[in-house]
Write a protein that binds this ligand. Structure first.
Ligand code: ADP
Length: 619
C-alpha cells in the first residue's frame, strides 16, 4: 500500500546535522497551540492531521516518527505517515511497513494499542529491542538501530485511534520525560481532532443517508403519481417500464406478463435495449417453466438480485452471453404481487455492479407493489367498463328479443280478431284459426323461455342456485326434451337422433338438466344450418357423458372459451336471435352439479357440446 506523502505544512526534516533541539517550556506551549490550530483546520482530512503532527514531531523531537491508525476491523494498523530527518532512513521505514501490516498486540506499537498506555524506553535495552521487534523490521535495527523510543497511544473518547511511534537513532540523546509529556499532550490533541473528524464523518454519512432517503421518497412519489393517473392496463404497463425502471436507476427494463392460460410470459412493455433489439426479441415470449430469472421469479413469487455479472453467470451460464453483449452489469427480477397473486415480473438492468443494499431493495419492492396494485386496479376498471358496456348491449338485445315474438303475436291476434268478427262461415274457417292459435302459442313459449333466461340471469348472478336433487334417468329426460322440440326440429329441417346406453341414471336436478338439454338443443337447431343433430349418452361407473352434435356454422377457436361467459356471443351482428346467456346458465348448472362442459368445433363443420356429470354429487 503506498504511503501518503507529507504535505509539508512545517518542514524541519533537513536539520538532522544539528540534532534534535532542546525545548524550553514556552517553546513546547507554542508548539501545542500551533498544532491545535492546525488540527482544528484539518477538519475531516485525516491524512492531513497525521502529516501535520508527524512533521512537527520530527522537526522538534526527531529523529523518526510514524503514525499508525487503527482500521475499522479493530485489529490491524495502517501506517498513515512515516517521517525521518534522514530521507534514506524514511524510505527504509516506508518499505518495511509496506511489507507488513501491524496488528494490535504485536511488537511495540501493537502492545501500546492493546494496553492504551505509553511506552517510554529512554535508553533502549538491546535484548528487549531484539526480543520485541518483529522480524520484518529487523533490517532497521541492523542498518540504523534505535537509541531511544517513545510510543504513545492516540486515546480518543471511545476508542484508541492509533499510536505515534518515535525513535532516536544511535548518536542522538535519549528522549526525556518532558519529551514524553509533550508527545502525550500532542497525542491527546490529535485524538480529539480524530474524535471530531469521526463525528463529522458520521454526520456526513447521516446527511448522505438522509439525502438518499429524500431522493427515494421523491422517486417513489413520482411513480405513484404517474400510476394513479394511468387508467388502462396498457397505460400502467407503460408507466412501469418508462418511469419505475428509471426511478430504480435502471438503464433498461421490461414488464413481463403471463398469457391467459399462464403457460407463457410475454414482454408487454420495455425501455432501453435499443442497441440490442434482437435480445428483446429472443426473450419476447418465455415459457413459464424456463430456467430464466424472470420465469423463476414468477414461479416462486420471489425477487432475485444479481449484484454483478459474475453472480448472474454462475447461476445462468447460458444467459451470460446476451447479458454481457447488452453491456449490463447488474439486474433484478421483481415479481408484481397483488392480493397474493403474481401478476407479472419487472426485470430491471443496471449499467454498473450494484450491492442492492437493504434500503434499495425496500424501495424496489414498494415500487413494484404499487405497480402491481395499479395494474390490478386498471384491470378491474377495464372489466367494470366492459361489464357496463355489455349490460347496455344486453338491454338493447333483450328489448329486441322480447319485441320480436310480441310483434308476431300482435299480428296473429289481430288476424284472429278479424276472423272472429266476421260471420261464421262454418267449418272451413277452423283449420286457419287453429294454425293462428298455434302460432300464438309458439310465440308465448318463446317469450316464456326468454323470461326464464332473464330470471335465471339475475338469480345466478346473485349466486342463488338451489338444486333439487333426485334420481334422474337422463335417457328418458333427453327423449322428453327431443319430443318437445320435435316441431321446432321439423321446421329447422334438422332430424334429432338419440344414441344412448341403457343405464344413464344419476342423482341430479331434473328441471335444471332439462334446461341444459333444451338450451343445447335449441342452439344446435339455431346454429345447425339444417343439418342432422345427434344426442349421445354414455356412462361408466362414476360419470355420465352427454354430447349434442350439430353440423352447422361452427365456432372459431378463439371464441370457444368465451362463449361460456355471460353475454358473450360469437355470431356476427344480429343474424341469429339470442341473449348470449344460455351457455353461461348451462355452465353454472353443470358446475353446481360437479360436472364439466366444453365444446369441440370447427368453423363451417359443426359443433359438439360435451357435458360430463358425476353420477353422484360429492358432498
Ligand atoms: P345465444 O345463443 O343466445 O347467443 P348462448 O349462450 O346459448 O347464447 O351461446 C353463446 C354463443 O355461442 C352464441 O351466440 C353463438 O355464437 C355460440 N354458439 C352456441 N351454440 C352454438 C352452436 N351449436 N354452433 C355454433 N355456435 C354456437
Amino acid at each position: 500500500m503506498p504511503l501518503p506523502h507529507g504535505r509539508g505544512s512545517i518542514s524541519a526534516e533537513g536539520s538532522s546535522a544539528h540534532g534534535p533541539p532542546v525545548l524550553e517550556a514556552a517553546a513546547r506551549l507554542r508548539i501545542l497551540v500551533n498544532l491545535s490550530r492546525q488540527l482544528a483546520e484539518a477538519r475531516t482530512d485525516l491524512d492531513l492531521v497525521f502529516d501535520t503532527v508527524c512533521a512537527h514531531l520530527v522537526s522538534v523531537l526527531g529523529d523518526g516518527c510514524a503514525a499508525f491508525l487503527l482500521l475499522d476491523d479493530n485489529t490491524s494498523l495502517e501506517p498513515v505517515t512515516i517521517r525521518h530527518r534522514d530521507p534514506a532512513r524514511r524510505l527504509l521505514l516506508e518499505q518495511l511497513n509496506q511489507a507488513r501490516k501491524l496488528r494490535v498486540g504485536e511488537g511495540f506499537t501493537g502492545s501500546v494499542m492493546a494496553s492504551g498506555k505509553s511506552l517510554f524506553l529512554a535508553d533502549v535495552d538491546a535484548a528487549i529491542l531484539d526480543a520485541t521487534t518483529l522480524p520484518e523490521y529487523k533490517p532497521y535495527l541492523d542498518q540504523v538501530g534505535v537509541r531511544s523510543m517513545l510510543v504513545v497511544p492516540l486515546a480518543g473518547r471511545s476508542r484508541v485511534h492509533g499510536a505515534f511511534w518515535l525513535t532516536r537513532d544511535p548518536g542522538s540523546p535519549p528522549y526525556t520525560p518532558a519529551d514524553r509529556e509533550l508527545v502525550e499532550a500532542i497525542a491527546d490533541c490529535t485524538a480529539m481532532a480524530l474524535d471530531s473528524a469521526r463525528i463529522q464523518l458520521e454526520h456526513g454519512d447521516d446527511r448522505r443517508r438522509l439525502a438518499e432517503a429524500a431522493s427515494r421518497t421523491a422517486r417513489l412519489q413520482q411513480v405513484t403519481a404517474a400510476l394513479s393517473s394511468a387508467a388502462t392496463p396498457e397505460e400502467v404497463s407503460s408507466v412501469v417500464a418508462h418511469l419505475a425502471v428509471g426511478a430504480m436507476e435502471g438503464v433498461a427494463g421490461s414488464l413481463v406478463l403471463p398469457n391467459e392460460s399462464r403457460t407463457e410470459l410475454h414482454i408487454r412493455s420495455y425501455i432501453g435495449h435499443t442497441h440490442v433489439p434482437h435480445v428483446v426479441k429472443a426473450f419476447q415470449v418465455l415459457p413459464v417453466t424456463a430456467n430464466n430469472p424472470v420465469a423463476i421469479s414468477y414461479r416462486e413469487r420471489k425477487p432475485f438480485f444479481f449484484s454483478d455479472l459474475i453472480s448472474y453467470g454462475a447461476q445462468f451460464p447460458e444467459l451470460l452471453a446476451s447479458a454481457s453483449e447488452a453491456g449490463y452489469e447488474a439486474a433484478a427480477a421483481l415479481p408484481l404481487l397483488a392480493r397474493g397473486e403474481v401478476l407479472g415480473v419487472l426485470w430491471v438492468r443496471f449499467a454498473t455492479p450494484r450491492p442492492f443494499e437493504e434500503e434499495e431493495r425496500a424501495l424496489m419492492s414498494t415500487m413494484v407493489a404499487q405497480c402491481a396494485q395499479a395494474l390490478e386496479r386498471s384491470r378491474l376498471y377495464t372489466r367494470a367498463q366492459k361489464a357496463v358496456a355489455q349490460r347496455d348491449e344486453f338491454l338493447s338485445v333483450a328489448a329486441h328479443e322480447l319485441r320480436t315474438p310480441l310483434a308476431a303475436m300482435k299480428l296473429q291476434i289481430q288476424s284472429l280478431q278479424r276472423n272472429l268478427s266476421r260471420p261464421p262461415e262454418a267449418e272451413d274457417n277452423k283449420p286457419q284459426l287453429i294454425a293462428k292459435a298455434d302460432a300464438v302459442a309458439r310465440q308465448v313459449k318463446r317469450l316464456e323461455a326468454l323470461v326464464t333466461d332473464l330470471l335465471d340471469l339475475s338469480r345466478l348472478t346473485a349466486g342463488k342456485l338451489a338444486l333439487r336433487l333426485e334420481e334422474v334417468d337422463l335417457h328418458e329426460l333427453a327423449r322428453e326434451v327431443c319430443e318437445r322440440m320435435a316441431e321446432e326440429a321439423t321446421r329447422a329441417q334438422s332430424p334429432l337422433t338419440i344414441y344412448a346406453e341403457s343405464r344413464v341414471r344419476g342423482h341430479w336436478d331434473r328441471a335444471r338438466l332439462d334446461q341444459v338439454l333444451s338450451n343445447l338443443l335449441s342452439n344446435a337447431l339455431k346454429y345447425g344450418a339444417g343439418g342432422p343433430i345427434d344426442v349421445t349418452l354414455t356412462a361408466d361407473s362414476t360419470w355420465v357423458f352427454l354430447s349434442v352434435r350439430d353440423r352447422g356454422i361452427g365456432i372459431p377457436p378463439e371464441d370457444q372459451a368465451r362463449i361460456f361467459e355471460r353475454f358473450e356471443r360469437a355470431v356476427p351482428g344480429r343474424n341469429y336471435s339470442g341473449f348470449g346467456v344460455g351457455l353461461w346458465i348451462c355452465k353454472q348448472i353443470i358446475d353446481a352439479l360437479g360436472g364439466r362442459i366444453r365444446v369441440e368445433s370447427q368453423q363451417g363443420q359443426g359443433s359438439t357440446f360435451e357435458v360430463t356429470l358425476p353420477t353422484k354429487r360429492e358432498p
